[in-house]
Design a protein around this ligand. Sequence first.
Ligand code: 5RP
Length: 224
Amino acid sequence: MRDFVNEKKLAAKEAVKLLFDHQIVGLGSGSSATFAIIEIGERVKNGLKIQGVPTSDKSKELAISLNIPLLEIEDVDSIDITIDGADEFTTDLNLIKGGGSFLLKEKVVASLTKREIIIADSSKKVELLGKFTVPVEVIPYASTYVTKQLEKLNGVGKVRLTDDKPLITEEGNYIIDTDFGLITDPATLSDKLHTITGVVEHGLFINLASVVIMGNGDSTVTFS
Ligand code: 5RP
């Protein structure tokens, strides 16, 4: 029986070894990224000089509590390295993200990032993306329209709920978790999703990751 929590910790530790002084560092969201932020906090306490750019309010609060200096997204032209998690990845480095509902900021930060490091436990590695539903972030007004458009792409979408009400993202949007079955051509699906009016972003991360560091039992494996 694999210890996925420990695998996340090992991957996070390995990723944080890649940081050095004066870098601007994207701080991901989710439990794996949280382990990385805690590890970065330790290194900052021991003298590492970096500035972080958080991808969610939760990661921002954690970074502040660990005295990690932060920058606002408006103040950076590029980000040297980002450490973030994923819900699924393939070994050609395509991802599904957004299980934690922070995909929009995560994708903006990834798009600004020179080296996007994904950390994951071994349950996240798949042959084809799509067992995990694709989160599609939409403006609330368009959610019914977008759900119908997703059906035309063979996607079965459900608005993500919290306490029986639609979950509202940090940017004030809804998320439609969409089952497309196994996705053989994620790049084409990504392009198609971007053409639907009312879609703000989606959780398919295509050609954005540079490396995936996966916890694998008591060690890690790197895919690049
Ligand atoms: C949040 C994300 C997370 O990176 C993803 O859900 C993985 O989370 P975890 O590290 O907790 O398994 O995309 O929006």
